[in-house]
Design a protein around this ligand. Sequence first.
Ligand SMILES: [Zn+2]
Length: 255
Amino acid sequence: MSIIEDLVIASRTLAEHGVIDSYGHASVRSETDAERYLMPRAIAPELVTEDDILEFDLDSKPIDGRGRAVYNERFIHGEIYKLRPDVKAIVHNHSPAVVPFSCTEAELRPIFHMSAFIGLGVPTWDIRDAQEGTDLLVRTPLLGESLARTLGRFPAALMRGHGSVVVGESLQIAVGRTIYLEQNARMQFQAVLLSAPSGRIVFMDDKEVAANVAWQEYGRAWNLWKTRWTARLNAEKAAAQGAKWPYDSASNEGQ
Ligand SMILES: [Zn+2]
């Protein structure tokens, strides 16, 4: 299966889990040129097909845009790929349970073993520190670089009042982390309510975090998502080809 097919499946899976809405996006570094990355054209992730995938250089210019609109916030991806050679995939999301942690003093911490990577550190980036009066969107290389610098060596960064960016050594890790970041945020919020009035919550400690992230690649989950979406996408393709029949025969009548 190609990296393009994987990116389609990643986009569909993230949308299905409600961690990206119409405006989030996933990307993957090119396997043949580390100075390029692949990302869909500007389209809701739930609608992405292989034909929508474009290639970009690390300045986030499309190599061959085919006249298609591209995401305003593509600079998030290009600037992180520049600063982090280890990163092979990126998800930018507006994951709803995560946003409150981006604009309060509540610190997101690993409460759940599938989200252990949070224990490596998840800094918060406030766009206002880079530029005042923005619409909170990362519309320029300067803002993308500022975010990338705050992300630093960490697996994710929160974006104040906006969402987060999650990175990984592979597409499956970036997707898995994004889904479990949302789950951890929801569980932590629930634990805060349940733990009142003592407020005592037992989080994973550093040793537990290290023991988990050493092997956690979300492989079984990725296999499930691929299996499910490969079948659905094949059905979509078959339906699209079937739909052409009456159209084709109608056009042949005129010859
Ligand atoms: Zn955004």
